[in-house]
Design a binder for this molecule. Structure first.
Ligand code: ZN
Length: 442
């Protein structure tokens, strides 16, 4: 921690004036407060108490992270971990439910909620989220190993760090007895990774959309970045099928693997621009049953990403055309078409929409003020996260790391080092409370 609350009171006060002025303009209760009242938010004992609580309870945050990481949670199988997080929220005194998609939603009601319908935009809710799921299949050993100050386990950082911080912030609000102005939903959501396709966040935004003022996603470790731009992506699967047969006696029959290879070779020569940055990856290929059989099926999974939706659409069309051409090439090359023909389809497995946070967003102002307060610097970046969904719908959203250091995400050697994590916790807390505001004491 670089900044102590005692030596930079003026600086804090100025930052909080900016922060609160920017973020709370839609709330009548705030609007009616005079500027000096808002400035004093910085010195509110409750804010200080919460920051102190986070500082003093790092050991318990560490325990939470290890406990949750050791409960397996592959995408679509998050139930056991969800139940554990639910009981943690309940212990923090929050009304908590698991929605029909599997998201754990804990509610901290805001003072302004009742009046929200009469406020300018009706946006009375802030979401703080962390995804529950990991990329690791059921059966993966998720026991946390300790090597010096380093913890090693699949999912320890992504998203053990985010989940531990989510629970910690809920507890800090409780410990400091903070009643927010806007309602806060603490959400441990399902389906962020891979073919989960952001389904948890999609469901949440479907439910609360017009009421959401901001979404803050806690994802992984570190404090060096803030994701403000959503990277659009699509995931596709090509499947080619044929009659299949014997490698010797049926030679000449069209072969689905040949067709897939022909189509793939065409596709990988597709030109993509460096700007807007656009990428593709042939990530999985499978098919066939034995070395001496003509396969009856071949499959290919392709991930395409771009800073531009039109480029994405162009690349998807290219993949469809190339697979179709590969099938045609193979049929033309087949020596014996009487032995059957190939069928193919290209299906969309997932689609993540793009979108950018407005540069003048109050959420970004709150994050920058929090960075200044804790003495952190972070760069804005583009990535594919839960924030894609709100951003694509014009709802302010960011994704940030939750402190400490981590690496090796999505590998069995994934690691985390908790040293310095309190700064990440305080940064996330200040961003959240900067958006939610604090109800004046009666
Ligand atoms: Zn993650």
């Amino acid at each position: 921690m670089r900044t102590s609350p005692h030596n930079s009171t003026m600086k804090q006060a100025i930052l909080w004036v900016i922060l609160v002025t920017m973020t709370a303009h839609s709330s009548r209760a705030y609007a009616s407060q005079s500027l000096p009242d808002r400035a004093r938010l910085a010195e509110q004992p409750q804010v200080q108490a919460a920051l102190e609580w986070l500082q003093k309870n790092v050991a318990s945050v560490n325990e939470t992270q290890i406990r949750l990481t050791e409960i397996p949670a592959p995408s679509f199988q998050e139930g056991a971990r969800a139940a554990a997080v639910k009981s943690m929220f309940e212990q923090a005194g929050l009304r908590t439910e698991i929605d029909s998609t599997g998201n754990v939603v804990a509610t901290l009601p805001g003072a302004a909620t009742a009046a929200a319908s009469s406020s300018s935009d009706g946006r009375d809710t802030i979401v703080l989220s962390a995804h529950l799921d990991t990329v690791f299949p059921a059966g993966t050993d998720v026991k946390v190993q300790h090597e010096g100050d380093r913890w090693i386990a699949p999912g320890i950082s992504d998203n053990g760090t985010g989940l531990a911080a989510l629970v910690a912030l809920a507890r800090a609000f409780r410990a400091a007895q903070i009643k927010p102005q806007l309602t806060i939903l603490f959400v441990a959501n399902v389906g962020e990774e891979g073919e989960g396709n952001l389904r948890g966040m999609r469901a949440l935004v479907d439910t609360y959309g017009p009421r959401l003022k901001a979404v803050i996603a806690l994802d992984g470790s570190g404090t060096d970045h803030v994701t403000t731009k959503a990277l659009a992506s699509r995931r596709l699967e090509a499947v080619i099928t044929g009659p299949g047969g014997h490698s010797w006696s049926d030679f000449g029959m069209p072969n689905p693997i040949n067709a897939l290879v022909r189509g793939s070779v065409r596709f990988i020569s597709t030109k993509v621009p460096a700007a807007p940055r656009t990428t593709f990856n042939l990530g999985q290929i499978e098919g066939g049953t034995s070395i001496n059989s003509i396969p009856h099926e071949a499959r290919l999974k392709v991930d395409i990403r771009s800073e531009s939706e039109p480029e994405l659409t162009r690349l998807e069309s290219a993949l469809r055309e190339c697979i179709s051409a590969g099938v045609r090439d193979e049929m033309e090359a087949a020596r014996d078409r009487s032995k059957g023909k190939l069928e193919f389809k290209v299906e969309l497995l997932g689609s993540r929409p793009g979108g950018d946070l407005r540069p003048d967003s109050p959420l970004l102002v709150a994050l920058r003020a929090a960075d200044d307060y804790v003495g952190n610097q972070s760069r804005a970046e583009r990535s594919s996260t839960d924030a894609n969904i709100p951003l694509a719908q014009g709802i302010d959203a960011i994704s940030i790391g939750a402190g400490g250091n981590g690496g090796g995400a999505h590998s069995l050697q994934e690691w985390y080092e908790p040293a310095g994590r309190e700064m990440g916790l305080q940064r996330a807390f200040l961003t959240l409370v900067g958006m939610s505001g604090i109800a004046p004491k009666k």
